[in-house]
Write a protein that binds this ligand. Structure first.
Ligand SMILES: C[S@@+](CC[C@H](N)C(=O)[O-])C[C@H]1O[C@@H](n2cnc3c(N)ncnc32)[C@H](O)[C@@H]1O
Length: 191
């Protein structure tokens, strides 16, 4: 297992470097269409780097972070509301968010289906989901997957067609953008 609880300083210092400019632009475009005062949940937020990037393009929406590792979340900015918890049992009411984000986090969730069920539960009808992760159909994606599994992580990486099919099965309409060996998803849920 990767000891995320003790890696807060490392992610705080280097975490933003793994987000290419094109991914940040995709996240900005995702957030741009949300109404003012929208509530956005960062799932597997770590140090809240996605909230930090998000705040640069939208400082008029609320950012909430959830992660099991408090040692990561203690580095989140003051405008981020933090909650300890896992994606498979989100500590929030039904229909309470306008959007959710998962940055390099989906592949760490032990039970992706439970996590997606929970994500749909806390999202309002018509709400949006942003995902940034690594494409299993690439050399880098496969290598990271093997490496993480050796470290005892879930290693739940997807090919682009598999993540599309999985999300569609939960009611999302899905738009995927490739960024070399990485991808982003901009999806909207109908419940
Ligand atoms: C590689 S870090 C990414 C953190 C952050 N999103 C970023 O982009 O820097 C993966 C995060 O997923 C969290 N995590 C692991 N298992 C989780 C689960 N079941 N539910 C929610 N978060 C989880 C870890 O604690 C860690 O903070």
């Amino acid at each position: 297992m990767i000891p995320f609880n003790y890696l807060g300083m490392v992610f705080h210092t280097f975490g933003s470097f793994v987000y290419p400019r094109s991914v940040r632009a995709a996240q900005c475009a995702f957030l741009k269409v949300l109404p003012s005062q929208s509530k956005v949940l960062d799932i597997g937020a770590g140090t809240g780097v996605l909230c930090q990037f998000g705040y640069v393009c939208r400082d008029d929406i609320s950012y909430v972070a959830v992660d099991p590792a408090e040692g990561m979340m203690k580095y989140a900015n003051e405008y981020v509301e933090t909650h300890k918890g896992v994606a498979e049992a989100l500590p929030f009411e039904d229909d309470s968010f306008d959007a959710a984000m998962m940055g390099e986090a989906l592949h760490h969730f032990k039970d992706v289906d439970e996590a997606l069920k929970e994500t749909v539960r806390i999202l309002k009808n018509g709400a949006k989901l942003f995902i940034y992760d690594f494409d299993l159909n690439t050399f880098m994606g496969k290598s990271i997957c093997r490496g993480e599994k050796l470290l005892g992580e879930a290693g739940n990486f997807f090919t682009l067609s598999d993540i599309q099919e999985k999300l569609e099965s939960y009611g999302f309409s899905v738009m995927i953008t490739k960024h070399g060996w990485r991808y982003t998803v901009d999806a909207t849920v109908q419940k």
